[in-house]
Ligand binder design. Structure first.
Ligand code: C5P
Length: 406
């Protein structure tokens, strides 16, 4: 399942309350949705669940002591509050809520909450009388006024035997509030997009490969621009040094065959954009042992790789509504791109010239967009030299036009 929580960094603060057991499930589900979860456990929280279970589920160190020299050296409380996209307090005890409302910072959790500049979500959990107490109501109203989002609490029977409001919201409800925080409204909302990016590495032996100079910058920029306009985006990328993009499901592959398999798994999608520089050939056989000088023929036997773009564009019930390819050429750029448009049966092709200052590895690119128009006529538009980010945004505007006209 694709989730808007993918690659999001969540700082989860667990304070004291029987509902802390639900936080373990919350961590597990956040992780399943691809979020990175770091936890702060208060002294009260540690009365209900152990740091070990929190750490095992989050696969991260658990932080609990403001005065721990090692914790402070590894990850000071200011960094903890900054290196997250959102802060979630679940369960939030009446005490911690009161501290938040009054700016008290006397332990790690309250200090992080005072120091953070990120959106804060609070899922209260307490006895009904504590929840209905005028002090708690005033604290909650104050926090809401300051922009803190309150999730729940639910009504029901409580661990203390009483019934009423004060049960912590179920993990499902907390997750759906967090997801909608990250889901971007946008003209492409509801559409799914697949982008390939980067080079492929085709192994010769355990240490060597055939590859190319693609940096992945253009493909990644397109994935980001699609995501920003609301498309649910899957990025299938060969090896690059680029960081993961928050909110985008990224599948990392090495070879062309792995890239094809990952793309096929991502289907069905509405839009497919093949920006990867896929190796056309791979060594016929990859040696299991490192090849030794003098022991092999100095001739490489190659075999053709599958064409991912042509596979996605071929007529099938899974064919995306819009399939876009790239054509990097050193000469006769537009003419060759036209031929490619036909040969690969894609709808649009972006032709670019690769020279020492353009194309592979560079930040700027000069492209011509070729589109199959009415009666199969090809419409060409040459764009000026611009950054790969600008090209990505412009391409996405064209895609928005295409889907709004459809
Ligand atoms: O044939 P050529 O490699 O020039 O075609 C470039 C276009 O085809 C790019 O969009 C590239 O991502 C895609 N391609 C592919 N699989 C291949 C070769 C190219 O998807 N094996």
């Amino acid at each position: 399942m694709f989730s808007a929580l993918h690659n999001r960094r969540i700082l989860l603060i667990i304070s004291g309350g029987i509902a802390a057991y639900k936080s373990l499930d919350l961590i597990r589900r956040m992780r399943e949705e691809g979020a990175r979860v770091r936890c702060v456990l208060t002294a009260g929280g540690a009365q209900f669940i152990t740091p070990l279970s929190v750490s095992a589920l989050s696969e991260e160190q658990v932080y609990s002591d403001l005065w721990s020299l090692t914790d402070e050296q590894q990850m000071g409380h200011i960094r903890l509050s900054r290196e997250a996209d959102i802060v979630v307090v679940a369960p939030a005890s009446a005490n911690l809520i009161a501290k938040m409302a009054n700016g008290i910072a006397d332990d790690l959790a309250s200090t992080v909450l005072l120091a953070t500049n990120k959106p804060v979500f609070v899922a209260p959990a307490m006895n009904v009388m504590m929840w209905e107490n005028a002090a708690t109501s005033a604290n909650i109203a104050l926090l809401q006024k300051r922009g803190v989002k309150i999730i729940g609490p639910d009504n029901g029977s409580m661990a203390c035997g009483e019934t009423g409001a004060g049960r912590m919201s179920e993990p499902n409800e907390i997750l759906s509030t967090l997801r909608s925080h990250f889901e971007l409204p946008g003209p492409l909302k509801g559409l799914m997009a697949l982008v390939t990016s980067g080079p492929t590495y085709e192994p010769l032996d355990p240490v060597r490969f055939l590859g190319n100079r693609s940096s992945g910058k253009q493909g990644h920029a397109i994935a980001q621009a699609l995501h920003e306009r609301g498309a649910e985006t899957v990025l299938v990328t060969g090896p690059t040094v680029l960081p993961d993009i928050a909110g985008i499901k990224t599948i990392k592959v090495e070879t062309a065959r792995e890239m094809l398999a990952a793309c096929e798994q991502a289907l069905p999608v509405d839009i497919a954009i093949c920006a990867a520089a896929v190796a056309d050939w791979r060594p016929q056989e990859a040696s299991l042992e490192k090849l030794k000088k003098g022991s092999t023929k100095a001739v490489l036997e190659l075999t053709e790789n599958p064409d991912i773009l042509a596979n996605l564009a071929k007529d099938s019930n899974q064919r995306p509504r819009l399939v876009i390819g790239f054509a990097a050429e050193t000469s006769h750029v537009v003419e060759r791109a036209r031929q490619k448009l036909d040969r690969k049966a894609c709808d649009w092709i972006i032709a670019n010239e690769v020279a020492s200052d353009k194309g592979f590895g560079e930040n700027d690119n000069q492209v011509t967009l070729l589109r199959r128009g009415e009666n199969n006529r090809v419409v060409e538009s040459a764009w000026p030299l611009q950054s790969k980010d600008e090209i990505a945004r412009r391409l996405v505007l064209e895609i928005i036009d295409y889907f709004t006209a459809a």
